[in-house]
Design a protein around this ligand. Structure first.
Ligand SMILES: [Zn+2]
Length: 548
């Protein structure tokens, strides 16, 4: 029987279904005490994706790029040093003290053990990224997987030659695209699939050579949803000087404004069955989850690709069987953890990698088994002590809960939680999160103006310090970037990468679902469009009737 519960933090009522109960039994954990949003908040406060800082490696003294600002109390090694064999995490091992709560002891350990600067796995020339795997030549980007030559992008999977995009998969040579799949040479477009050589398109599937189109299927040479001859299309497009910043911005603005008046599909779910949430592709049996690709049996998850049997998991890349975790890859049977890679059977741990197994309450271990608070035990000792600690945690009320907020190694306002569930400083502190005071920013005056037209941009622009027209914040244009803009006749950006990222983020709906009715046929729909939004929202069937 479904159980109604009241969230201990938000006070919201939430339902625990029979399916939830089944999953909790399978993972041998108690039922959640927080509503799904508060569970996401707690977990994603442990992850910093886009705030990178200059630091020095605490082992070698070399300058590094790290997700930890210099004011953090942690020991941070360079990736090379952290993954190297010159130190061993078990040197920091300690006895468990049954007189004290578990989280307190775990936090103390976190202040001693060296942490890696950012998570970059099996990748080349990706120092300026976070949460990258199997990638090459990526710069100021986060969540790269099998990606190459990517800049200023959030989430690129199996993609090459991408600049300024948000969530692209199997895409090549795209710019300013948001939520696109298998696209080639697409620019300023959103929610497109299998589309080539197109500009300013929204929800176009199987199209090529289209401009300013929405909701079209398998079309070629379409201009603002009108069929043209090849010559007619080229003539119409050539009337716009797309290489001019003001022209491109004004088309983008008008196009996005006009989109609001078109009916919207209740959810972007492609090639998937029995699934609720948004931005789901090639998946099965998904409940209330967002940004997923190729997953099965998933409940309350965000940002998960190639995974199976996940409950309350955020940011997973190739994994099976996990409960209440954030950031894992190539891992199986993981509970209540952060950053576990290539390891199995791990509970309440972080930064665990390289074939670890059976670790509990550990930090920064590689190739270890049967460890608790980084102390090595025999197999028999491990299981006996682990079970005793779980009993202890049931008494302290810690068992089944994700880590206490103060254990997060990041401040709330630099974490993913801060991006999706903003809090004021006072609210964050009252919930035991840390807060980062903005660092005094001294902007240098720009040494050059960015010309409006790409044709007027000299190669020397890559040597200049530029200033955002929005904030004065400094930024640079790299040589690779300039080559891309020149090749495709795209004007140079005039704002800082994080400002461009924030603008793209606004194009996406919140990771939240509302029960509504289709505004055409009244069928029940589950949608990320809140009831008070201005857009007209249709069920999948009615929406399809609006496409051409
Ligand atoms: Zn309908």
């Amino acid at each position: 029987m479904p159980v109604q519960k009241t969230c201990q933090v938000s006070g919201q009522t939430f339902t625990i279904t029979d399916e939830d109960i089944k999953v909790c039994k399978r993972f041998n954990v108690p039922l959640p005490t927080l509503c799904p949003d508060e569970r996401h908040r707690k977990r994603t406060a442990f992850r910093n994706e886009l705030n990178l800082y200059n630091r020095t490696c605490d082992l070698t003294g070399k300058p590094i790029i790290a997700s930890y600002s210099t004011d953090k109390p942690y020991t941070v090694y360079s990736n090379e040093a952290w993954w190297g064999d010159s130190w061993d995490g078990t040197d920091y091992g300690r006895e468990f003290d049954f007189e004290r709560p578990f989280f307190e002891q775990f936090e103390e350990l976190s202040l001693k053990v060296p942490l890696p600067p950012n998570v970059v796995l099996n990748s080349i020339n990706c120092e300026y990224t976070a949460f990258s795997a199997d990638s090459k030549n990526c710069y100021y980007s986060a969540r790269m997987g099998h990606a190459e030559d990517i800049m200023y992008t959030y989430l690129a999977l199996s993609s090459t030659g991408i600049i300024d995009c948000y969530n692209v998969s199997h895409c090549n040579y795209c710019y300013e695209c948001v939520d696109c799949w298998s696209c080639y040479e697409c620019f300023f477009s959103q929610n497109c699939k299998n589309t080539n050589n197109s500009w300013f398109c929204y929800d176009c599937i199987g199209c090529s050579d289209c401009f300013g189109c929405t909701g079209i299927r398998n079309k070629k040479f379409y201009f603002f949803n009108q069929c043209c001859t090849e010559e007619g299309y080229k003539e119409k497009v050539s009337k716009y000087n797309l290489g001019n910043y003001q022209v491109a911005q004004s088309i983008k603005k008008d196009f996005r404004k006009n989109l609001t008046s078109r009916p919207k599909k209740s959810a972007i779910i492609l090639n998937s069955e029995n699934s609720t949430g948004n931005y789901i592709t090639d998946s099965k049996n998904v409940h209330c989850s967002f940004d997923l690709e190729n997953v099965e049996d998933i409940r309350y998850c965000w940002g998960t690709e190639h995974a199976k049997d996940m409950y309350d998991c955020d940011f997973v890349y190739y994994a099976e069987l996990a409960y209440n975790i954030v950031s894992i890859s190539r891992a199986t049977n993981i509970r209540f953890s952060f950053a576990v890679y290539g390891s199995n059977d791990i509970d309440y741990s972080m930064y665990i990698a390289n074939n670890c197994a059976n670790c509990f309450g550990c930090i920064s271990l590689k190739k270890k088994q049967y460890c608790i608070l980084n102390k090595q035990y025999s197999k028999e000792e491990y299981f006996a002590l682990r079970d005793k600690i779980i009993e202890h945690m049931k008494h302290t009320g810690e068992w089944g809960q994700y880590f206490h907020p103060k254990i997060s190694t990041y401040c709330y306002n630099e974490s993913v939680a801060g991006e999706y569930f903003p809090l004021t400083k006072e609210e964050a502190l009252s919930r035991d999160y840390k807060w980062k005071e903005p660092e005094p920013q001294e902007f240098k005056p720009a040494t050059a103006e960015v010309p409006d037209d790409i044709k007027d941009v000299p190669d020397s622009i890559t040597e200049e310090i530029l200033a955002s027209t929005l904030s004065g914040r400094n930024y640079k244009i790299t040589k690779e970037e300039l080559r891309f803009y020149k090749r495709y006749g795209i004007p140079l950006p005039k704002t800082h990468f994080l400002e461009r990222h924030a603008e793209r983020l606004k194009l996406r709906n919140p990771r939240k679902l509302w029960d509504r009715n289709c505004q055409k046929c009244q069928a029940k729909i589950s949608t990320s469009y809140a009831p008070d939004r201005p857009e007209t929202v249709y069920c999948e069937k009615c929406y399809l009737e609006t496409t051409d």
